[in-house]
Design a protein. Structure first.
Ligand SMILES: NC(=O)c1ccc[n+]([C@@H]2O[C@H](COP(=O)([O-])OP(=O)(O)OC[C@H]3O[C@@H](n4cnc5c(N)ncnc54)[C@H](OP(=O)(O)O)[C@@H]3O)[C@@H](O)[C@H]2O)c1
Length: 256
C-alpha cells in the first residue's frame, strides 16, 4: 500500500485495528493515518502504536453523531493541509445480536431503535462521511492527476459483507438490520461511483471474509491480520473498472 493520507473508522479493535497495524508497518506508511474511535482514552492498542508512530492520529468519533462530522473534517484538514484526503475507509460497523447467538436477533425481539441504529452506523454514517469529506477527496484527486483512478489517488472503501448480498444469500436467520444495512451500503457505493466518476473519485465495497472479531465471533475462518493482508493486497490492484463494484477480500468479484 502506498497511500498518503488515510482515515479509518472503528479503528480501536477488530479489522480496523488490524488495518492500522498493517499500514504503519508497511514499507511506505501513510504520511497521516487518522484512526477514529468512540473513546480514545480507552483505545489502549492505538495509544501504544501512537507512541512510536507520529503519523498516527487518534480522533474521537461516534459514528451516529452526524453533527460532529464538520469538526472531524477540520481536524483532518489540520493534519493534511492542502493535500486533501486520499483514502476514506468506512470500516466501523455493528450488528444486532441476541445474547448467546453468533449474531442477529429474531424479528419478534428486534426493537425498531436497534434496527435503526444498525442502519445509522452501517449505512447512514458511511454515506454522510463521504458527503463531509467530498471537498478533501476532490482535492486529493485534483492534486494527484498523474496517478490512475484508485485508492492511492482519491478513494473510498466501504467495508461491506456477503450477508448484504442477494447473490450470496445463505440460510442464516434473524439478521434483518445487518443484512439490510450492508445491502444499502452496496447500493450507496454503486451510486456514489457513478455520481463522482466526473471527479475521479474511486469507490468500492469489500467483503473482508468471515473474520475472528467480536462481530464475526471466534468461528471466523480468517484472523483480522489475515483478512487485512488480503484486502490490502487486493485494493491497490483495483482500477477505474472496479469502481462501484463489490469485491471479496481476495480480489474476486462478488454478486450483489
Ligand atoms: N468480522 C467479520 O466476519 C465481518 C464480516 C463481514 C463484514 N465485516 C465488517 O467489517 C467491519 C469491521 O468489523 P469487525 O469484525 O472488526 O467488528 P468489531 O471487532 O466488532 O469492531 C467494530 C468496530 O466498529 C466500531 N463501532 C461500532 N459502532 C460504532 C459507533 N456507533 N460509532 C463509532 N464506532 C463504532 C467499534 O467501536 P467500539 O469499540 O467503540 O464499539 C469497533 O471499533 C464492519 O463494518 C463489519 O460489518 C466483518
Amino acid at each position: 500500500m502506498n497511500v498518503k493520507n488515510v482515515l479509518i473508522t472503528g479503528a480501536n479493535r477488530g479489522i480496523g485495528l488490524a488495518m492500522v497495524r498493517h499500514l504503519l508497518e508497511c514499507s511506505t506508511p501513510p504520511t497521516t493515518l487518522v484512526a477514529t474511535c468512540r473513546d480514545p482514552a480507552k483505545a489502549d492498542d492505538l495509544q501504544k502504536l501512537a507512541e512510536s508512530h507520529k503519523n498516527l492520529k487518534i480522533v474521537k468519533l461516534e459514528l451516529k453523531n452526524f453533527s460532529d462530522y464538520p469538526k472531524l473534517v477540520e481536524t483532518v484538514k489540520s493534519y493534511t493541509g492542502s493535500e486533501g484526503l486520499n483514502l476514506l475507509i468506512n470500516n466501523g460497523g455493528t450488528c444486532e445480536k441476541k445474547p448467546g447467538q453468533l449474531f442477529g436477533m429474531p424479528l419478534e425481539e428486534l426493537d425498531v431503535e436497534v434496527f435503526r441504529d444498525v442502519l445509522d452506523v452501517n449505512t447512514t454514517a458511511p454515506l454522510y462521511l463521504v458527503k463531509a469529506f467530498l471537498p478533501l477527496l476532490k482535492k486529493a484527486a485534483e492534486n494527484n492527476k498523474s496517478k490512475p483512478v484508485g485508492i492511492s489517488r482519491a478513494g473510498v472503501v466501504n467495508v461491506s459483507s456477503i450477508l448484504g448480498t442477494m447473490g450470496g444469500f445463505t440460510g442464516n436467520p434473524d439478521i434483518y438490520g445487518y443484512r439490510a444495512s450492508k445491502a444499502a451500503l452496496n447500493m450507496v457505493t454503486k451510486a456514489l461511483a457513478e455520481d463522482y466518476k466526473k471527479d475521479d473519485i474511486f469507490f468500492v465495497a469489500i467483503h473482508p471474509g468471515w473474520v475472528q472479531t467480536d462481530l464475526g465471533s471466534e468461528a471466523g475462518y480468517l484472523t483480522s491480520a489475515e483478512s487485512v493482508n488480503h484486502m490490502f493486497a487486493t485494493l491497490p490492484t483495483l482500477t477505474v473498472e472496479h469502481s462501484g463494484t463489490l469485491v471479496s477480500y481476495d480480489g474476486s468479484a462478488m454478486e450483489w
